[in-house]
Write a protein that binds this ligand. Structure first.
Ligand code: PLP
Length: 678
């Protein structure tokens, strides 16, 4: 298997070998408690003191304090608690303090959430106010100037974890000096360490939290700089460690590891310089531009960390790009790791005023200052391979030349019934959010859209069809009810009714009430037994003109699945295979069929091989084409083992087949990502 390329350094980094060695050494040979007065304790204390001295030099802490924390989130809590306690005390003494807690609109959630939490808990009653950023992601200094006289505390990160935007800290300091000399100022420096010059004691910054795991130290260790004279209230009280500033026995392995990273920073030979990193970014950007024509970068490079590239590709959802990159063995993300599980578009990019497609389609590629040329070369090659795979599959429709492609967006589903040979397509119930993407897909496959049909008479459906018509350059007015052409061909259905029909390849699509039936008509009659698929909209009714095996394709999930047999659904859940059980199950002699539901472009770039299997026992059926293959799979009595990258899509595919009544539809939990993990 090709080794993975980790390009998600803003989420976390691997551990520097010297840091790993230092941590192990500390646990093995210097395991003492630094508060103990015996020799074992003194040896541990020496690590603590040496690392702190090193940290002070690297941060330029001057006479300020540097304490070790569990990470930036703890440092942020401590800074906010300290500032708010000081504000409260000053108010109690009758001093004016300002009534605002100002924070950059793109701050990490640890900042805004901490401000809200401690403001409530301490009863300080200050007003939280987000400071807007401009289109480059930098704080609006004009707004800061207007609000600063009312600020009790100001929080402005040094560099943004999602966009990479670097703040104008000098500009902010100048405004605060003039307009808010007594407001406390916290600068989240998590993404700055190792990438930007610090020299903290020479600035007006009161509090600066850091996190080890963003720069090759392990998770669970961080630092907090506190300016000399800035107020301080401990978050943790107890044994008086860290000179009483932060009680609790120190994380000595973490501190030693952080020390190794700081030593590398101070030594100056381990990490790449800014110019070297900027040159690497240029090469990655060039590869991305080649791979994805029309790509836009979401923060201008001139004011961004050279190690962060945040971009969007027109007509591509970030999830599809992530699946593609992951298949190619490149680990990137859509935004912050904390929000990776949430589908919501990035609040950081939205705050920059970017259009919705750029924030909901964003991909972040970030690397660390240890990257070398071979790594960047490999990443560029894989990026270009992803682009080629997309182009190839966009031009040649996968699988048979005719079929049904599912368009899905957050539980809403639309369908493209197409005939590649005749270059014709009919779109049914297009999801509004996918209008431009659907139009691009149809254009890329050179399919002529014969009709855009609906199955529901709701305003939403009409609006979504209108959006797609506009994106396709079709006349805005629909030709007839639900988009059906008027005065065209007709067929007779099982119940004897004569209804409008469209020919698509060898099939016809007939209008039955609000549903659309797809099947092969003979002599102008579409019998119920010949209806393969029925597009039934949201309510799911198909009437008497279908047979029990007809697949009902819905415009909205029902019971968690987009389609099911007309005969009804089987209750319960499909079987699950733990990742380590996949290989033994496949080897067990059972004639199980492995069904890979990843999309074609993913398998084209895939670096991880599927488990070895005789050709007849492996099927590649992309999730977007499952509907047309469902009946065939249902008729196969052998166990069906669905797999995909992470186990999400395979779980849905197995659920569909289980609901339709397949006796052994299984999914691999954690997908191929974990099945290949040793
Ligand atoms: N601030 C920024 C800018 C970050 O990127 C992160 C990490 O996600 C944090 C704060 C929180 O850091 P930690 O994981 O050390 O608590």
């Amino acid at each position: 298997m090709t080794p993975e390329l980790y390009l998600d350094a803003n989420a976390t980094s691997p551990v520097l070998p010297a840091a790993l060695a230092a941590a192990v050494e500390t646990m093995e040979a210097r395991f003492g408690n630094p508060s103990s007065s015996h020799a074992t304790g003194l040896r541990a204390k020496r690590i603590l003191d040496d690392t702190r001295a090193l940290a002070r030099r690297v941060l330029g802490a001057g006479a300020g304090r540097v304490l070790f924390t569990s990470g930036a989130t703890e440092g942020i809590q401590t800074a906010v608690l300290s500032a708010l306690c000081a504000v409260r005390a000053r108010r109690a003494a009758g001093e004016a303090t300002g009534d605002l807690l100002l924070y950059g609109a793109t701050e990490h959630k640890a900042v805004s959430e901490s401000l809200a939490h401690w403001n409530t808990l301490l009863g300080t009653g200050l007003v939280l106010q987000a400071l807007p950023v401009d289109a480059d992601g930098r704080h609006r200094l004009d707004v800061l100037r207007a609000l600063a006289p009312r600020a009790a505390m100001v929080c402005t990160m040094a560099a943004n974890n999602e966009s990479g935007a670097i703040s104008d800290l000098d500009g902010i300091a100048a405004v605060l000096q003039d307009a808010a000399p007594r407001a406390y100022w916290m600068v989240d420096c998590v993404q700055a360490l190792g990438k930007l010059a610090l020299g903290l004691a020479g600035t007006r910054i009161d509090y600066a939290p850091f996190s080890g795991h963003k720069l090759y130290a392990p998770k669970g260790i961080g630092m907090l700089y506190v300016r000399e004279g800035a107020p301080y209230t401990p978050l943790m009280i107890g044994g008086g460690q860290e000179a009483g500033l932060r009680s609790g026995t120190e994380n000595m392995a973490g501190i030693a590891a952080l020390g190794a990273v700081l030593a590398a920073l101070e030594g100056g030979h381990t990490f790449r310089t800014h110019d070297e990193l900027a040159a690497m970014r240029e090469r990655l950007a060039a590869a991305l531009r080649d791979a994805f024509p029309g790509i836009v970068f979401n923060a201008p490079f001139a004011h961004a960390l050279p190690t962060t590239l945040n971009f969007a590709v027109p007509d591509m959802a970030s999830k599809d790009l992530l699946d593609l990159f992951d298949a190619a063995g490149m680990r990137v993300s859509a935004g912050s790791a904390c929000s990776a599980a949430k589908a919501a578009p990035s609040y950081v990019l939205a705050a920059m005023g970017l259009p919705a497609w750029r924030s909901s389609g964003a991909v972040r590629l970030s690397f660390g200052p240890l990257a070398d040329d071979a790594f960047i070369d490999a990443a560029c090659a894989r990026i270009r391979r992803c682009g080629e795979a997309l182009r190839a599959t966009a031009l040649e429709a996968p699988g048979p030349a005719a079929g049904v492609l599912q368009l899905s967006h957050e539980g809403r589903h639309g369908w493209i019934v197409f005939d590649g040979a005749a270059r014709q397509a009919v779109v049914i119930d297009p999801p509004a959010a996918l209008a431009t993407r659907t139009a691009a897909l149809l254009r890329a496959r050179a399919l002529d859209v014969v009709a855009v049909l609906g199955t529901d008479d709701g305003a939403d459906g009409a609006r979504a069809r209108g959006l797609l018509r506009a994106a396709l350059g079709l006349e805005a007015r629909e030709p007839g009810v639900f988009g059906w052409p008027q005065g065209g061909a007709e067929v007779v259905l099982e119940d004897g009714s004569r209804v409008p029909a469209l020919a698509i390849g060898a099939d016809v699509l007939a209008r039955a009430g609000t549903a659309c039936l797809l099947g092969s008509a003979a002599g102008g009659v579409l019998r119920a037994a010949a209806v393969r698929l029925a597009f039934v909209g949201v309510d799911g009714a198909a009437g008497d003109n279908v047979h029990p095996g007809t697949l009902l394709c819905r415009a909205q999930d029902a019971g968690g699945v987009p389609f099911g047999a007309a005969s009804g659904a089987v209750a319960g859940a499909p079987g699950q295979l733990r990742p380590e059980a996949l290989a033994p199950f496949l080897d067990s002699g059972e004639e199980a069929v492995l069904v890979d539901v990843r999309e074609v472009e993913e398998t084209a770039v895939c670096t991880a091989a599927l488990p070895g299997r005789a050709p007849g026992l492996v099927r590649r059926i992309p999730m977007s084409r499952l509907a047309e293959h469902a009946a065939g799979l249902l008729a196969d009595p052998r166990p069906l083992v669905f797999v995909c990258r992470s186990g999400n899509r395979s779980a849905r595919a197995a659920l569909c087949l289980h609901r339709m009544g397949h006796p052994r539809a299984l999914t691999v939990v954690g997908g191929l990502a974990l099945a290949g993990d040793r």
